[in-house]
Ligand binder design. Sequence first.
Ligand code: AMP
Ligand code: MN
Ligand code: MN
Ligand code: MN
Length: 274
Amino acid sequence: MFDLHCHSNYSDGLLPPQALIDKAITNKVQVLAITDHDTIEGFASLPEKPSKLTLIPGIELSVRWRKYDIHVLGLNIDKDNALLKEVIRQQNDCRLQRSIQMAERLEALGCTHVLEKASQVAGHTRIGRPHFARVLMDEGKASSMQAAFKQYLSRGRPGYIPTAWISLSQAVECIVASGGDAVLAHPLKYRLTRTKLHEFLYEFTAAGGTGLEVVSGKMTPAEIHDMIGVCQRFQLLASTGSDYHGDAISRVSLGCQAPLPNHCKPVWHNWGFL
Ligand code: AMP
Ligand code: MN
Ligand code: MN
Ligand code: MN
């Protein structure tokens, strides 16, 4: 089983990287990519390569495309690449600025010391919207993570700040420069019309993007079938991942997403080391 998309507590996941690896082994994952949002620090924190599974260096880059926040996975990247490091620095700056603005918005809605509380929830300064969601729940402003997003944090809601993430071409360029595959994460999560998804994929492939996450977290067989069609249309390689963030957050456990159909050409087909 491959799981090429999950999060540690270096971004918005709940488990430390080593605990993720242990859980992956328990769940019979043979190849795992930890793909934290805009950081490789979780992967870099591990003292040595795990022996019981193959760990792929990965990242999930946030991209601004038109009015959308799109996520592009970088799989099998060189974490020491200079361009990648520069992009990560830029994204961190962006995230920090956004967290200050988001905290102001949420304080205007009656919360207090939002930034301090969110940093405490995160345990680091790369604060994401799920950390703000947790604060909103603790303050009694939302009854669940989903409710916090729906009422405050999704695009168009009062706590949402349009973020100056890197462009699509910058994201793909730095992934390719670091020797990795650029993969569009969870293609059905953006509420793009089919026309817009196609427009995106034209730009994505033109920039050097190579993969589509055909199986991502919880999907119906019909959705997977639909994404295989899109994959074939754009001659993309297929990827698979649980997008696991932790038992309390995720509906699909590590490595427990539906199997990738056999006739898909997988993103790892030319990874020589496997
Ligand atoms: P950010 O990178 O700070 O913009 O946060 C994005 C993260 O928020 C995603 O990776 C998910 O983990 C989480 N997320 C996004 N939308 C929702 C939602 N509707 N409900 C729950 N979590 C969400
Ligand atoms: Mn996340
Ligand atoms: Mn994502
Ligand atoms: Mn993710």
